[in-house]
Ligand binder design. Structure first.
Ligand code: ZN
Length: 504
C-alpha cells in the first residue's frame, strides 16, 4: 500500500507542474502580454488545460485510488499510513479526480463557452446598467451549473457540490447555520454604529503621489517578510496573487490617487495570500497538498494582515509617523487617532469590494442566500434584481439606484462561480478566531508597536501555512483554537475594536 501512495505522488507531480505552467501563462496575460498575443495565448492555455485534465483523470490514478479504498464514503481510503500527510494526500487526489472524471467533456466545453459569452455580456450590461442584456446568459450559465452539481454529486443539496470546489469538506448547512446566527447580530451592531457620531475620513480621498505610494507599499511588504527572491510585485487591472512555482509567488496591485482602499490595504491583503503560499512546509512543498486548504482559510490569511494587523492602532503607532513623512501635505494635520478612525470608518454601502470589515459579511450573506435560491429554483433569474434590491434594503437600509451598483456588480455569477462568495465571509470569521489565539500566545501589539511584523508571520507559518492542504479548514480551527468555526470570535473582535472608535 505504501508503494501505491508513492506511485500516486509520482503521478500527480506533473499535475502540480502543469498548474504552475498554466499560472505562468495566465500571469503573463494579466500583466505584460502585448494585446495581439491573446489569440495564441488562449490556444496554449486550452492545450495545457486539456493535458492537465488527462493527467488528473488518468486510469492509472483511478486504479491506485481504487487499490487504496478511496470512495465517496472514505475519500481518504482505508489504509493507515505511518506518514501523517498520506491520508490527506489520498483524500485531496480523490476529490480532484472525482470532480474531473464526473464532468463530461461536453459539459466542460459548454461551461467554458457559455461563461466566456456571459462575462462579455455582463461587461456590456454593467456599463449600460441594463440587466436584460445579461439575463439570458445567466439563465444558461445557471442551468449548466445545476447540471455540473448533479454530475459531481452531493449529500444534501446541489449547492454542497458547488461549495466543495472552493471550500472543501464544508457543508452548505454548516455555512448557513453560521451565517444565520451572524446576520441579525451584524444588522443590530451596524444600527448602533449608525446612531453614533460618524468619523471623518476625508483625508483618504486626497491625492497621494503614486511613486511614493509604491515605495511605502514595498517597504511594508518587505517588513511583512515577503522576499523578491521568491516573488514579484507588478501592476494589473484587478489585483491578484498567483503561484507560479514552489519558490515563485507573485502579487499584483494597481495604483490610484486613492492610496488606502485599493492601494496599500490591497497590497497588504494580496501579500497575506502570498505569504501563505510561500509558507508551505517540506512535507507538502511541490506536491498536491501545496495549496491553501480552502479559499476561506486563504482569505483568513489576507484578512488577518489587512484588517487585524494593517488596520490596528498598534501597527500605525509605528508606521504613521513614517507615512506622514511621505505625505506631509495630506497628513501633517491629521492626528494618529483621527487617522486610525478614518481608515476604520464603518458605513453601509452598495458595493461589496469597497465595504468595511463590519458591513462586509452582510454583502456575502445576501449573495449566499440568493445563489442558493437560484440553484434550488426558488428564485428565477428574471426576478433576481428585485430580490437583490429588497434584500439590500433589509440588510443595509438602502436601495441600489441602478443594477450596475446592485446585482451586476460582481464577476462571480457571470463566471459561473456559484459557491465562491461564502468563502470571503468565512475568511473574516476564521481570521478573528485564529487571531484571538495568536494574541494570547504572542505579544502582537507589542511587536507591532516596534514595527516587528515577523513574529506574526512566524506564528501564522507555524500554525497554518506549514500544513498546506494536509489539514482541512475545520481541522485547523480545532487544532489551533480547540473548536470548530465559531462566529462568536468575530463578534467579540468587532465589539472590542469598534467600542473605541464609535463608543458603541
Ligand atoms: Zn483575498
Amino acid at each position: 500500500m505504501q508503494k501505491s501512495i508513492e506511485k500516486l505522488k509520482e503521478l500527480t507531480k506533473d499535475v502540480v507542474l502543469l498548474e504552475h505552467a498554466i499560472a505562468t501563462l495566465s500571469w503573463d496575460q494579466e500583466t505584460y502580454m502585448p494585446p495581439k498575443a491573446i489569440g495564441e495565448k488562449g490556444e496554449q492555455l486550452a492545450l495545457l488545460q486539456g493535458i492537465l485534465h488527462n493527467k488528473i483523470t488518468s486510469p492509472d490514478i483511478g486504479k491506485l485510488l481504487d487499490d487504496l479504498g478511496a470512495d465517496d464514503k472514505n475519500p481518504a481510503g482505508k489504509y493507515e499510513s505511518k506518514i501523517s500527510t498520506d491520508s490527506a494526500y489520498i483524500k485531496e487526489t480523490y476529490r480532484q479526480y472525482k470532480i474531473q472524471t464526473r464532468l463530461s467533456e461536453k459539459l466542460v466545453k459548454e461551461l467554458a463557452l457559455e461563461t466566456s459569452l456571459s462575462q462579455a455580456a455582463w461587461i456590456k450590461a454593467r456599463k449600460k446598467s441594463d440587466y436584460s442584456i445579461f439575463q439570458p446568459h445567466l439563465e444558461k450559465v445557471l442551468n449548466l451549473t445545476k447540471q455540473k452539481a448533479e454530475a459531481i454529486g452531493y449529500k444534501d443539496t446541489p449547492y454542497d457540490a458547488l461549495l466543495d470546489e472552493f471550500e472543501p469538506w464544508t457543508s452548505t448547512k454548516e455555512v448557513a447555520d453560521i451565517f444565520q446566527s451572524t446576520q441579525p447580530w451584524l444588522t443590530e451592531f451596524i444600527g448602533k454604529i449608525r446612531n453614533s457620531k460618524q468619523v471623518d475620513d476625508s483625508f483618504i480621498l486626497k491625492d497621494f503621489n503614486i511613486s511614493k505610494q509604491e515605495v511605502f507599499g514595498r517597504k511594508v511588504l518587505q517588513d511583512m517578510g515577503y522576499s523578491y527572491d521568491r516573488g514579484r510585485l507588478d501592476i494589473s487591472v484587478h489585483p491578484f496573487t498567483t503561484t507560479l512555482g514552489r519558490d515563485d509567488v507573485r502579487l499584483t496591485t494597481r495604483y490610484q490617487k486613492d492610496f488606502f482602499k485599493t492601494g496599500l490595504f490591497g497590497i497588504i491583503h494580496e501579500c497575506g495570500h502570498g505569504l501563505y503560499e510561500l509558507g508551505f512546509g517540506d512535507s507538502v512543498k511541490g506536491n498536491l497538498l501545496a495549496s491553501g486548504t480552502s479559499l476561506g482559510i486563504h482569505e483568513s490569511q489576507s484578512r488577518t494582515w489587512e484588517n487585524v494587523i494593517g488596520r490596528s492602532y498598534s501597527f500605525w503607532k509605528y508606521y504613521y509617523p513614517e507615512l506622514q513623512k511621505y505625505f506631509p501635505e495630506n497628513l501633517t494635520n491629521i492626528s494618529l487617532d483621527d487617522f486610525y478612525k478614518g481608515i476604520n470608518k464603518v458605513e453601509p454601502s452598495l458595493i461589496r469590494v469597497e465595504a468595511d470589515e463590519v458591513t462586509y459579511n452582510l454583502h456575502i450573506i445576501l449573495r449566499f442566500e440568493l445563489e442558493q435560491e437560484l440553484i434550488s429554483g426558488a428564485l428565477s433569474v428574471k426576478d433576481l434584481p428585485e430580490a437583490w434590491n429588497s434584500k439590500t434594503r433589509d440588510f443595509f437600509g438602502i436601495i441600489p439606484p441602478n443594477d450596475a451598483n446592485g446585482v451586476l456588480q460582481d464577476i462571480h455569477w457571470p463566471m459561473g462561480a456559484f459557491g465562491y462568495f461564502p468563502t470571503y465571509a468565512l475568511g473574516n470569521l476564521y481570521s478573528a478566531q485564529f487571531s484571538s489565539v495568536m494574541e494570547k500566545e504572542i505579544d502582537v501589539n507589542g511587536s507591532l508597536e516596534k514595527g516587528s511584523l515577523i513574529n506574526v508571520l512566524d506564528w501564522l507559518r507555524d500554525k497554518i501555512h506549514i500544513h498546506g492542504a494536509s489539514k482541512t479548514a475545520s481541522e485547523l480551527a480545532l487544532d489551533i483554537t480547540g473548536e470548530k468555526l465559531n462566529p462568536e470570535y468575530f463578534k467579540k473582535y468587532l465589539e472590542n475594536k469598534y467600542k473605541q472608535i464609535y463608543n458603541v
